[in-house]
Design a protein around this ligand. Structure first.
Ligand code: HEM
Length: 421
């Protein structure tokens, strides 16, 4: 099933990669992904760079221990020059075994599915409070920005609750966390990293103070700062002080904008597919498969990177030299026609969909259960609370990013504004 090309075909993977980085590609990468998938699952861009597009190839690459993360996101020079890159480089996200295995085992021990499930009432309470304030701000039919009023505070409040960040400090975190995620993006100009560097210094300082305060005044607590601190202070070399601060910061930033984007992207899809909204409201469509389809169709994380750390490697029959850089296009893999029938169709009734939006293998997202829980709690309550939920006249805006896909603003109306007699 090859669709008729809408633009002149570029048989050149390098030209296609540049198109993906250009403004049009950032706005709507999907036609470019479709063309890339037609060219093959692994494309040699030149200069040791490869684009990996196919579901099977991306899945295999994520699970191959010979493909590492160290050096994939940033060079040692960048790590030294930028506090943001240096901080994230000490976290699980950017380390290979044995460091990754050691840190990840520790984080898994505090981030268990049981612990996540136990947070459901807290998540529902936060959702309820945010819906109350949405209802209040939009009571007269005025437009309300869904991103500022709901999609952003929900994950931020939830992760702060889990970390044990005092409520009074949370307002600091929204901008700091958003600024730091720039360090996870492609940046053409190092000056763009200045806010990220400033945020890294402040966040590491904040967590340093929080940890010092908790050591001075130990308390019985189930929160993640307490649990990670206990592991750190067990003194058996499981986590260095630098790693503790890096991983606390990572937990904040990795789960914040990504989940915000999942909520915003889901809302957009509900508006674009009223039959899905009606199905969810009536219980004909289950929220679990709906959330999986949102993740597949509009993945909040569009790509990640790996470096080939061994000789004699290949992927989908394409030989890969040691040192090759792989750009794993998760957003393309999720629409691979070899994996998904009719991949360009949003279909919240797909079963066993398993999109690669949370990665796979050793680095699979540690917060995937939490993000799924937040979305699964939020959407049904949102739809039930606002039967007339609709986009406002001003259209939503997209954040201009390559890696993270989501909205900057999303004005909605929560009521029709008709006075009740
Ligand atoms: C919809 C929301 C989310 C998406 C789409 C997402 C996506 C991802 C992806 C793709 C990776 C793997 C990156 C790679 O292999 O290169 C990852 C890793 C990670 N995520 Fe998430 N994430 C989300 C929410 C969260 C939340 C809520 C948390 C924590 C509270 C979190 C914490 C992490 C951490 C710590 C890692 C690093 C794991 C490792 O390297 O071993 N994420 N995430």
């Amino acid at each position: 099933m090859t669709a008729a090309p809408q633009q002149a075909q570029t048989p050149d993977p390098a030209a296609l990669a540049l198109e993906m980085l250009a403004p049009g590609g950032r706005e709507d990468p999907y036609p470019l992904y479709a063309r890339a998938l037609e060219m093959g699952p692994v494309l040699d861009v030149g200069g040791g760079l490869y684009l990996v597009t196919g579901y099977d190839a991306v899945n295999r690459a994520l699970r191959n221990p010979a493909f590492g993360v160290t050096g994939a996101q940033a060079s040692p020079e960048d790590r030294d020059a930028h506090d943001a890159i240096g901080l994230l480089a000490r976290s699980v996200l950017e380390n290979d075994p044995p460091e990754h295995t050691r840190m990840r085992a520790l984080m898994n021990s505090v981030f268990t599915p049981r612990r996540i499930a136990a947070y459901e009432p807290m998540v529902a309470e936060v959702v309820g409070e945010l819906l109350d304030s949405l209802a209040e701000s939009g009571a007269d039919g005025a437009p309300v920005d869904f991103m500022t009023a709901f999609a952003s505070p929900l994950p931020l409040t939830v992760i702060c609750e889990m970390l044990g960040v005092p409520a009074a400090d949370r307002h600091l975190f929204r901008t700091l966390a958003a600024d730091l995620t720039i360090a996870l993006e492609f940046v053409a100009d190092p000056a763009m990293l200045l806010p990220a560097d400033a945020a890294a210094v402040r966040l590491a300082g904040y967590f340093g103070d929080l940890v010092a305060e908790r050591r001075a005044h130990p308390r019985e607590s189930e929160d993640l700062v307490g649990a990670l601190l206990a592991a750190r202070d067990a003194g058996d070399g499981r986590l260095s002080e630098g790693e503790l601060l890096a991983n606390l910061t990572l937990l904040l930033v990795a789960g914040f904008e990504t989940t915000t984007d999942l909520l915003g992207n889901g809302l957009r899809l509900l508006f674009d597919h009223p039959e899905a909204a009606a199905g969810l409201r009536a219980g004909r469509i289950e929220v679990g498969p709906f959330v999986e389809e949102v993740l597949r169709y509009e993945s909040p994380v569009q790509l990640t990177s790996r470096i080939v750390h061994a000789d004699g490697q290949e992927l989908a029959g394409v030989p890969l030299p040691r040192g090759a850089q792989l750009v794993l296009l998760v957003g393309a893999a999720n629409r691979d026609p070899a994996r998904y029938p009719d991949p360009e169709r949003f279909d919240p009734t797909r079963t066993a969909s398993r999109p690669l939006s949370f990665g796979a293998g050793a680095h699979v997202c540690i917060g995937n259960g939490l993000a799924r829980l937040e979305a699964a709690v939020a959407f049904p309550l949102l739809l039930a609370r606002f039967p007339h939920l609709a986009p406002a006249d001003t259209p939503p805006t997209r954040r201009d990013r390559v890696v993270l896909r989501g909205h900057g603003t999303f004005p909605v109306r929560v009521t029709q504004g008709v006075p009740v007699a």
